[in-house]
Structures are given as structure tokens and as C-alpha cells.
Design a protein around this ligand. Structure first.
Ligand code: BEZ
Length: 240
């Protein structure tokens, strides 16, 4: 089955490895043509349930405060909810003028927030989960690479605010895996050992166990790690 012939009535769910579905949309920063406008950059496309709600407000303030940190890793942010443009503008103005959260105040959200009253984009991206709420998007996160391919999808329910340090860790992990041709183990952070690709033949497996390379630490033939210093990781993935 291709992505275009889901059974009638079954909402389309993009998958990791798929090209990010294309759309044009009105946003708080003008019209965008997605993902074409972001070619050559990483982008986090995320949805939130509604403007003028507390969890969403705390998330937007946190994301906006971390925008420079994401930009250091060549990563742009794009938000979406099924509210209209004027609601978005009024909410972002209120956030800047009135809200203090965890020491953050006077926070200006300068990344685009998509208006999606018709739920066209939310439906295209599988952001509406009727069992949770049929008229609001859940808290979906799509991490899309510079070629426009979806690399990570994370969903949270309405009541659970996201962990933005984890989203930054995801970006760093994906970029590190691409750059060094490695995988990253549980709870990996830059500076922790990385996983060397598993031996793809009996010969390599045998050699690895008989004469492990000095740079590698093998628990068994299928589980070998190597060190990449945090500064090497940062030098490779961080924009200068
Ligand atoms: C919130 O952002 O606070 C929220 C939004 C929709 C449902 C529940 C909570």
C-alpha cells in the first residue's frame, strides 16, 4: 500500500522515512511552502491543541526560549494548531505582554505558527486523534531532515507538556548518527559512547571478537561501542 491509498475513513499517518507531506499555509510569519522553504535545514514541525491554554503556553515559552539553541544545530521550529491566525496573533501578544513562567517573561515567539482551521495540515500529518479529541490536535512532533524526510515522530496527549531538552537531544542524536555513521544508545548525550554498526557478516563478527579494534569496546559481536568526545560531536554538528 502506498501512502495515498489508505482505506477510506482511515486517517493518513505519515511514517518515519517518508517524505514530509507538502503543504502551503498561512502563519504568524507569513505564508510558508513546506517543506520546500526549509530545504537544507532540519525542522521540527509540532502541533499543539489550542491557543490560550496553559500547557501550550508553557510549551511555547520554553520552545521560544530555546530557539537559538535549536538554530545552533541548523534546526528551525514551526508550530501548528487548528486555531485561526488572529487567535494566534492575540495569544502570542498575550504571552509576551503578560505571562511569566519558570523565570521566563517578555517572551517573543518569532517562529511561524500555522493557522489550520480546516484541519487540512493536521489531518495530513495524523495530528488529530479522535479518541483523545476530534477537534484539537494532539501534541505531535515531527523532526524532518534537510532532504525533507521525516526522521522522528513523537506524540504526547493533551495533558502532558513536552520535554524540550529531549527534543534537542533527538536533533543532536540524529545529526550525530548521520555524520559518524553510528547509532546512539539509551539516554545518549554528546560525549557518551556510541554504537558501531553491527557486524554484517560472520567474518566481521568473528574478527571483531578475535581482534577487537583498539578504538572499540565489544560486549559481544553485535554490541560494540566507541568513544566520540563531546567536542568532536559538537564540532561536527554545530553551526560555527
Ligand atoms: C493546555 O494546553 O493546557 C491544554 C489544552 C487542551 C487540553 C488540555 C490542556
Amino acid at each position: 500500500m502506498t501512502i495515498d491509498d489508505s482505506p477510506v475513513g482511515v486517517p493518513h499517518m505519515p511514517r518515519i522515512g517518508d517524505p514530509a507531506p507538502a503543504f502551503t499555509a498561512v502563519t504568524t510569519q507569513g505564508e510558508i511552502n513546506f517543506p520546500a522553504d526549509y530545504a537544507g535545514r532540519w525542522v521540527i514541525l509540532f502541533s499543539h491543541p489550542a491557543d490560550f491554554t496553559p500547557v501550550c503556553t508553557s510549551e511555547f515559552m520554553t520552545f521560544a526560549s530555546m530557539q537559538d539553541q535549536f538554530a545552533r544545530y541548523n534546526t528551525d521550529l514551526v508550530g501548528l494548531s487548528v486555531d485561526g491566525l488572529y487567535s494566534h496573533i492575540a495569544w502570542l501578544r498575550t504571552i509576551k505582554e503578560k505571562i511569566t513562567y519558570r523565570g521566563m517573561s517578555d517572551v517573543e515567539v518569532t517562529f511561524p505558527l500555522i493557522e489550520d482551521i480546516g484541519m487540512g495540515v493536521a489531518t495530513q500529518y495524523g495530528m488529530i486523534m479522535p479518541g483523545e479529541d476530534s477537534t484539537k490536535a494532539v501534541r505531535a512532533v515531527f523532526v524532518i531532515d534537510p532532504r525533507g524526510v521525516i526522521r522522528t515522530i513523537i506524540y504526547y496527549p493533551l495533558s502532558l507538556g513536552r520535554n524540550f531538552d529531549e527534543l534537542l537531544r533527538v536533533v543532536k542524536g540524529l545529526q550525530t548518527a548521520d555524520h559518524f555513521d553510528v547509532a546512539t544508545p539509551a539516554d545518549w548525550r554528546p560525549g557518551d559512547p556510541v554504537i558501531v554498526p553491527t557486524a554484517g557478516s560472520c567474518g566481521v563478527a568473528k574478527d571483531r571478537m578475535a581482534e577487537p579494534a583498539e578504538s572499540m569496546q565489544c560486549e559481544d559481536w553485535f554490541f560494540c561501542t566507541k568513544e566520540i568526545r563531546a567536542d568532536e560531536v559538537e564540532a561536527a554538528i554545530r553551526r560555527s
